[in-house]
Design a protein. Structure first.
Length: 185
């Protein structure tokens, strides 16, 4: 076969591969669908400043004992909190980048910084009742294991709270139980 013919075949193959790649679905984390065991280890600071969404005027109008009780409850939310849950991951969940639910009173923009079969980095900026900004890094070393790190700063009425969440997950089963919550992707 002549060099010209080989070159033309190689060029045609590259064009076909490029066309197939552009028609393929977006590259996302390669994890198994089904039930997952998830552990969140969340460390929060600055909660005493957030006052559960109450304004300074609301707090000022409260009796001192009530105000002190609420401030103590909010301060108690600081520190590390560990949660274990089951979550159902579906094919539909994997069609878009990881997008945690930030609440109904905010609007968030998710800027995908990096995505591959094993890593996903997303910068989040939210506006609304609370201003939020931060970065999430999710990693899937295998289809049956994942881990992540989320670092977010929240602002509300001039007060700031910081949250760092370390997430680990392991695939448990291909079937989901009806009561499993969605994965919020």
């Amino acid at each position: 076969m002549s060099r010209t013919r080989i070159s033309l075949l190689a060029t045609a193959a590259l064009v076909a591969m490029a066309a197939a790649t552009s028609a393929a679905p977006a590259l996302m984390l390669h994890i198994s669908t089904g039930e997952w065991q998830i552990t969140n280890s969340m460390k929060m600071s600055g909660m005493e400043n957030m006052m559960g969404g109450m304004s300074q005027a609301d707090l000022a109008s409260m009796p001192p004992a009530t105000r002190a009780r609420i401030q103590a409850q909010m301060a108690a939310m600081n520190g590390v909190h560990v949660n274990h849950l089951k979550s159902c991951v579906t094919e539909k969940d994997l069609e878009k980048p990881f997008q945690p639910d930030m609440g109904h009173d905010v609007s968030c923009k998710y800027d995908v910084q990096k995505v591959s079969f094993t890593d996903e980095v997303v910068h989040v900026t939210c506006t609304g009742a609370r201003q939020m900004e931060g970065t999430m890094h999710m990693s899937a070393p295998s289809p049956a294991a994942m881990n992540g790190h989320m670092d977010m700063t929240f602002s509300q009425e001039g007060h700031t709270m910081h949250m760092v969440d370390d997430i680990t997950g392991r695939w448990d089963s291909s079937a989901c139980k009806p009561d499993d919550a969605g994965f919020n992707r």
